[in-house]
Design a protein around this ligand. Structure first.
Ligand SMILES: [Mn+2]
Length: 324
């Protein structure tokens, strides 16, 4: 039977019947993306007493907020006493949602790999085979209105990087959502993948200028560094290389953020590589097999060197994750 499982459907039904009138906060990971925001919006629409809250949205999520006129509150400023608890979508890790540690979490709906999943919640609906949380929620919702369908459709396109990680349910879900919202694919793309700002384009081109290339174990590995927008830069570099690591030093936090991307032909899971890198350099890492990230306490050059080493170590011994 197609996902979600009957158990997950049951959890979802119970959650809705218990919380239909609760004042809940629906939230998602730090720097909420289109998937996180669309899922929060979808849940808010069927739980009318709920509010959507997050401390920061990424550029694409901002475009969706404007398009649907979504009200988003700052999570850190909410008074916990006024709410029954959190509904967390698109993450299950406190590192990606620090303020959640202070809250009671009623339900987590997520599609990320189990590693790093440390949230304490009354219930979980997790399908790490789903390429977006939107696909899980679209399958669970008893009914979907036009606006919700538009938001979830954008999330399906955006989180699969235009279907690179799509499965049969992804296309079925998108077709169904498009029929409900009546938008063309072109209209959805305008929100799911809006034209990049000039500074993003500049950061990507800087990353291209500074790129170093290693050919190892049959893989073309590109490394580079930028002041910001490391994930956009890594995405573009991975179109040409097999694996790209882009680092960015964050002066305020005194740490380096690394974004890693791989082409679909790469069998090594970058979330494992980023976890190795994070742990070995005093930080943390994880994500998806083809799109992952880490935060580490060393400067960019040392961080990038470790990324290449960790990737090479995984090539030589792909099973080392299961022995931990
Ligand atoms: Mn997601």
């Amino acid at each position: 039977m197609a996902p979600p499982s009957p158990e997950d459907r049951e959890i979802f039904r119970n959650f809705l019947s218990n919380n239909g009138k609760s004042r809940l906060v629906v939230t998602s990971h730090r720097k909420t993306d289109v998937d996180g925001l669309a899922c929060a919006y979808a849940m808010h629409r069927i739980l009318p007493e709920s509010v959507i809250a997050t401390d920061e949205l990424d550029e694409n999520a901002k475009a969706l907020v404007e398009r649907l006129d979504i009200q988003v509150l700052p999570l850190r400023e909410l008074d916990r006493k006024e709410y029954a608890g959190l509904l967390v979508v698109d993450t299950a890790a406190y590192t990606l949602l620090e303020p959640a540690k202070q809250w009671k979490i009623l339900l987590v709906i997520d599609h990320h790999h189990p590693q790093g999943r440390d949230m304490k919640s009354d219930a979980f609906i997790v399908d790490d085979k789903s390429p977006s949380t939107a696909e899980i929620i679209a399958a669970l919702l008893p009914e979907i209105d036009k606006e919700t369908a538009f938001a979830l459709a954008c999330a399906v396109i955006s989180d699969t990087a235009r279907f690179k990680s799509g499965r049969v349910e992804t296309f079925e879900t998108l077709a169904r959502l498009m029929k409900i919202c009546g938008a063309t694919y072109h209209e959805l793309l305008e929100v799911a993948e809006p034209e990049a700002r000039a500074d993003v384009k500049m950061a990507i081109l800087k990353a291209c200028q500074r790129v170093s290339v290693v050919y190892s174990g049959g893989l073309v590995i590109a490394t580079s560094e930028v002041g910001s927008n490391e994930s956009d830069a890594a995405q573009v570099l991975s179109e040409a290389a097999d694996v790209a690591f882009v680092a960015s030093w964050k002066d305020r936090e005194r740490e380096t953020r690394i974004s890693a991307r791989a082409r679909k032909s790469v069998s090594i899971e970058l979330n494992e590589v980023m976890k190795d890198v994070g742990i070995s350099l005093g930080g943390n890492g994880g994500g998806h097999p083809k799109a992952a990230g880490a935060t580490v306490k060393v400067h960019t050059q040392e961080a990038l060197a470790r990324c290449v080493e960790a990737l090479q170590a995984r090539m030589e011994n792909p099973g080392c994750a299961s022995e931990q």
